[in-house]
Design a protein around this ligand. Structure first.
Ligand SMILES: O=C1O[C@H]([C@@H](O)CO)C(O)=C1O
Length: 553
């Protein structure tokens, strides 16, 4: 294993991801940021300079469990202080598991401003992947808004709220096309984009040779959109999800929620005289955004040779049965450790949309998350009395709540939502979806856990009762290990993990505006067992004062 040293500077820059020039956040003058490529067991060292001049920054390494290095998780106000303008913070952590990952900003809505990139971990030297392929292609998916994140954030916290709406474009590897289509011939009412050139928005071309097998690495860092990907005439064999191998299964199209990553195998077994469309469209919300297109380019055809047949059509946004059929097919590959047979604690988290003095919030067990001035990792490690409010959040929301209707009383409060977990306990989390404020609306929410993978034990419809019928829906034989799991409208999702990684970990809806509106909780896990926290990670707020007064981390 080796150490991979990277020197990065984050800065605002002009960029035209969908051919319209805007300001976004890039790294070393690139958007998306540089791809990190490492081998399992390597240590990644990123010297991150904040070149944003007037705001802080942090970067989260999504899917990396940070075993023993909770201060490198990159969550502002939770695992570290935001890095001040012109300052440099060094992230140092081990990528212990091969897989497809990504990294992104985790302060305010900086991810939605373009602060993201791919992180790919190959197997260690001498090891082999449990499947064969001839080549690899990488697709980092995102959505893009023409309004700045500052406009978006002010809108979200205004009364009345100004909702951000649907994205203007979907991006593949940071490239999209607004107001035109690469497949105008097949898309009535659109004008043909001029393909080619080296513009920021030039379409992605994926070169392949006929009769070979490729591993496509796919990850979604969207702010809002749930996605579906299909490739004309080609089947996809799903083999990895969130850095864990899954039992291979074949699909025509696949859903990808924000925070998900996958590997799929594709065999180039179609007519080699043609190229084929890769199409990515919106699921789960009424789509107002055109699908993103890329070209699967069979060599030696020209890259821009437009396919004769139309791009695959994205399944209807509200075809939830189609989504469930895909998601519930995902099972652990044989050899994956099974979950413990029982748990020590069950935390039931009701997801609701609420009101707070005329503002719209998302709440968990009727408390909307707000983050403190002083990051928890420092304040809890030092045992500062001011770190937490007097009461801990509830482990249940009560069986009387009617998930099929808008909240009877929509009013909510704010709180720290910190759950204190005991070392090595097995924790079940049941995420319960419900009706939003509007009648007959229940949205899709992909929940992402930091510091762990969890087993996805099962999904159910309606209210979770914790009875024998619900227990029968749980898979304790081959549930997949993941770090992100979706809750379907009006349904519940049950997860299990072992609290074996001391630290303070965020667990939240990966939809950027929803987290901003309070949709998350925090797991403070075995704080007494956290190793020596580097001072530079947490020297701010009340922790800095305590350190100056002679306290020790
Ligand atoms: O958080 C959200 O707010 C809007 C809507 O519920 C209110 O305008 C929406 O679609 C969300 O996902």
């Amino acid at each position: 294993a080796k150490a991979r040293h990277l020197k990065w500077e984050v800065s605002h820059m002009f960029w035209s991801p969908d051919c319209e020039e805007k300001v976004l956040i890039g790294i070393n003058g690139q958007f998306p940021g540089p791809t990190i490529r490492a081998k399992a067991g390597d240590t990644i060292v990123v010297e991150l300079k904040n070149g944003l001049h007037t705001e802080g920054v942090v970067i989260h390494w999504h899917g990396v469990r940070q075993i023993g290095t909770p201060w490198a998780d990159g969550t502002a106000a939770i695992s570290q202080c935001a890095i001040n303008p012109e300052e440099t913070f060094t992230y140092r952590f081990v990528v212990d598991k091969p897989g497809t990952y990504f990294y992104h900003g985790h302060y305010g809505m900086q991810r939605a401003a373009g602060l993201y990139g791919s992180l790919i971990v190959d197997v260690a030297d001498g090891e082999e992947e449990p499947f064969k392929y001839d080549g690899e292609l990488n697709l980092l998916l995102s959505d893009w808004y023409h309004e700045s994140i500052y406009n978006q954030m002010v809108g979200l916290s205004s009364s009345p709220m100004r909702w951000i709406g649907e994205p203007q474009s979907l991006l593949i590897n940071g490239r999209g096309q607004f107001n035109c289509s690469l497949a105008a011939a097949h898309t009535p009412g659109t004008k043909q984009c001029t393909a080619g050139g080296n513009r920021h928005c030039a379409p992605v071309i994926l070169p392949v040779e006929p009769n070979k097998t490729y591993r496509l690495r796919i990850a979604s860092t969207t702010s809002l959109a749930s996605l579906n990907l299909a490739i004309g005439k080609h089947k996809l064999t799903v083999v990895e999800a969130d850095g864990n191998y899954v039992a291979p299964f074949v699909v025509d199209d696949m859903d990808i929620y924000s925070g998900d990553s996958y590997s799929v195998l594709l065999t180039t077994d179609q007519d080699p005289s043609s190229n084929y469309w890769v199409s990515i469209g919106v699921r789960g919300r009424t789509p107002k955004t055109a699908p993103a297109l890329a070209l699967l380019n069979y060599r030696p055809n020209r890259g821009f040779k437009l396919p004769a047949i139309a791009p695959p059509v994205t399944p209807a946004w509200n075809d939830t049965a189609h989504s469930k059929a895909f998601t519930t097919q995902i099972k652990a590959r044989a050899g994956t450790p099974p979950p413990p047979a029982t748990s020590d604690r069950r935390i039931e988290l009701l997801n609701t949309q609420n009101k707070l003095d005329g503002h719209i919030k998302w709440s968990i067990n009727n408390v909307s998350l707000v983050l403190p001035a002083t990051p928890y990792l420092g304040s809890l490690k030092l045992g500062l009395k001011t770190a937490l409010a007097a009461a801990r959040p509830a482990d249940t929301f009560g069986r009387a709540y009617d998930v099929t209707r808008p909240p009877h009383n929509p009013n909510t409060t704010t709180g720290d939502n910190v759950y204190v977990l005991r070392h090595n306990t097995t924790v079940d989390v049941v995420l319960q979806n419900a009706n939003a404020l509007q009648h007959n609306v229940s949205e899709v929410h992909p929940w992402h856990l930091h510091g762990h993978d969890f087993w996805v034990l099962g999904y159910g419809e309606g209210a979770y009762r914790g009875d024998a019928a619900d227990a029968a829906r749980l898979n304790l034989v081959n549930p997949p290990l993941r770090n992100t799991a979706v809750i379907f409208p009006y349904g519940w999702t049950a997860l299990r993990f072992v609290a074996d990684n001391p630290g303070v970990w965020a667990f939240h809806c990966h939809i950027e505006p929803h987290l901003h509106m309070g949709m998350g909780v925090i797991f403070a896990e075995a704080i007494d067992r956290v190793g020596k926290v580097p001072k530079e990670a947490v020297s701010c707020g009340a922790t800095a004062t305590a350190l100056m007064n002679g306290d020790h981390l």
